[in-house]
Write a protein that binds this ligand. Structure first.
Ligand SMILES: [Zn+2]
Length: 293
C-alpha cells in the first residue's frame, strides 16, 4: 500500500484493544480505507471480530426515542437529551460561515458561467468544510453516548423509520442535520443492541407518532410543525410534542410482534459466541497533505 507523505500520525481511539484481539486471533483486518474529510486524512479498518453475544435479558423494559431538531433526542420516559454545548456552538458557526460564503466572490457568476473564486471565498469554504466535519464528529460522539446508554439499560428500543424522500426534499439545514443524526443513531443502535442483547424495533414510516394522542389513541388530522405542545381534543391531554411522539413509539411494541420483519437485528439469545459481522473499525487521523484545493 502506497501512502501519501504523511507528517504526523495520531490515533483517534486507542488501538490497544484491536492489537490485543489481533494477537489473540479473535479479530482479522479485512480492508483499510483511506478517506479525506475537510483537510484531514483518515484510515479506517474493516475488522471481523469474534464477539460474545449475551443472552437477551429483560432490562428496564421498553423505551421510545424521538430524534429532534432542538434536542438530540426525547425519550418516552420524559427525559430530554440535549445537544452538547460545543455542538450548538459549532452549528451556529456553520450558519454564520454559510452566510459569509454567500457574500463572497465564488466560482459561479450570477449568469451561471465559471470564474476564478476570490481568496476570501476559498478561505471561507475551507473553514466551512472543517466546521462541517467538526459538527459531524461532535454529533456522532454525542449519539454514541446516548446509544450505549440506551442499549445497555433497556430491553427494547423503538425508533422511527427514516423518511428518506422527505429528507431529500427538505432544504432546511437544521432538518437535514437532524436527519443525518437520525441515520447515525439508527446505525449505532443496530449493532449495539446486538452487542448487548437488547432489541431494536423500527416503526413504520407512516406510523403517525406525532399526530396520535399517547393517552387515548385519538389521531389528529393535522398537527402544525410549530405546535410544541400536543393538546388532545378528545381527552384533554397536554404534553410536550416530542414526549408524546416518544410515548407512542413505546406503545407500538404492544402492537407488533418483536420477531416481526422490522426487527431483523433483534437477536434471539442463543448465547453462543459468534461473528457479529463486519463493524467499522478504528479511524486514524493525521495532519498530512490537504485534499482541499
Ligand atoms: Zn387523548
Amino acid at each position: 500500500m502506497v501512502l501519501p507523505r504523511i507528517g504526523r500520525i495520531r490515533t483517534h481511539e486507542s488501538t490497544r484493544k484491536l492489537a490485543r484481539r489481533l494477537e489473540a486471533g479473535t479479530a482479522r483486518i479485512l480492508a483499510a480505507t483511506i478517506t479525506c474529510t475537510a483537510d484531514r486524512w483518515f484510515v479506517s479498518f474493516t475488522v471481523e471480530v469474534q464477539r460474545h453475544i449475551p443472552e437477551q435479558r429483560y432490562r428496564g423494559g421498553v423505551v421510545g426515542v424521538d430524534v429532534g431538531i432542538r434536542n438530540l433526542a426525547v425519550l418516552s420516559t420524559g427525559e430530554v437529551v440535549q445537544n452538547p454545548r460545543p455542538l450548538d456552538r459549532a452549528q451556529r458557526r456553520l450558519r454564520r460561515l454559510n452566510r459569509q460564503l454567500a457574500r463572497r466572490h465564488g466560482p459561479r457568476a450570477p449568469d451561471g458561467s465559471r470564474r476564478t473564486p476570490s481568496t476570501g471565498w476559498t478561505q471561507v469554504r475551507r473553514r466551512l468544510a472543517r466546521t462541517h466535519a467538526r459538527v459531524a464528529n461532535l454529533r456522532r460522539d454525542a449519539i454514541h453516548k446516548l446509544t450505549s446508554e440506551l442499549a445497555t439499560s433497556h430491553g427494547t428500543i423503538v425508533v422511527e423509520q427514516l423518511h428518506v424522500a422527505g429528507m431529500l426534499r427538505n432544504q432546511r439545514l437544521a432538518r437535514r442535520i437532524a436527519d443525518a443524526g437520525f441515520g447515525e443513531l439508527r446505525r449505532q443502535l443496530t449493532y449495539k443492541t446486538t452487542w448487548h442483547g437488547s432489541a431494536l424495533v423500527v416503526a413504520d414510516q407512516w406510523y403517525p407518532s406525532s399526530k396520535t394522542c399517547s393517552a387515548c389513541g385519538t389521531a389528529k388530522a393535522k398537527l402544525l410543525l410549530s405546535a410544541r405542545v400536543f393538546h388532545c381534543d378528545a381527552c384533554g391531554l397536554r404534553v410536550d410534542r416530542d414526549v408524546n411522539a416518544a410515548r407512542n413509539l413505546e406503545r407500538l411494541v404492544d402492537y407488533v410482534a418483536v420477531s416481526g420483519p422490522e426487527t431483523g437485528n433483534a437477536r434471539g439469545g442463543d448465547g453462543s459466541p459468534g461473528l457479529a459481522g463486519r463493524t467499522p473499525g478504528k479511524r486514524e487521523a493525521s495532519t498530512g497533505p490537504s485534499c482541499l484545493g
